[in-house]
Structures are given as structure tokens and as C-alpha cells.
Design a protein around this ligand. Structure first.
Ligand code: SF4
Length: 92
């Protein structure tokens, strides 16, 4: 995948507000917004490079959806990747 993966992003022409938490957003509104964003990400052909980018350049913001994951989920993914890397290094 080229560095221009963003050009293929399914969210490119969507409302950015779907992907970013708003001040004072209610739990119900957040749930609906995140479900809409996740549905777009689910059909995105550049989900993998998008996730790689976000895991590399994470600026944790609770409620933001990238590659179909919210900040807490990405935190869990990063922890799992780190543990896997540490196991590999210990085994080497
Ligand atoms: S995976 Fe989601 S956030 Fe990432 S580029 Fe695709 S639609 Fe946008």
C-alpha cells in the first residue's frame, strides 16, 4: 500500500464529525455516531494502513474512531502488539 492510502479512504467524503467526539456528546449520540463511523470503516479498503498509522501516531482521544476502533480499543491493540514484540525478543 502506498503512502497515499488516504486517497482511497472510505471516509474521505464523509462528514468528519462522525469520527471525532464532540464536546458534551451524550452517551446515546456517541453510540450512534460511533456505529456510523465503524460501519464506514468496515467497508474501507485501506483499513489496515489506517490502523498502522494510528497505532504509530496515536494521540489518544477518547471517542475518536480510526480504522473502526475507538481509543480504548486501540490502546488494547498497542499493548497486545508490545507484548508480542517483547515475547519475540525474549525468545531470540
Ligand atoms: S478505516 Fe475508517 S478511519 Fe481509516 S481511512 Fe478507512 S474509513 Fe477512514
Amino acid at each position: 500500500m502506498s503512502a497515499n492510502w488516504r486517497l482511497e479512504a472510505a471516509c474521505r467524503h464523509e462528514d468528519p464529525d462522525l469520527f471525532f467526539a464532540a464536546e458534551g456528546e451524550t452517551a446515546h449520540a456517541r453510540q450512534a455516531r460511533e456505529a456510523s463511523a465503524r460501519a464506514i470503516c468496515a467497508g474501507c479498503i485501506v483499513r489496515s494502513p489506517c490502523l498502522d498509522f494510528r497505532l504509530t501516531f496515536e494521540h489518544q482521544r477518547d471517542g475518536d474512531i480510526w480504522a473502526g476502533y475507538d481509543g480504548e480499543e486501540r490502546y488494547g491493540l498497542r499493548r497486545a502488539l508490545l507484548k508480542r514484540q517483547q515475547r519475540k525478543e525474549r525468545a531470540a
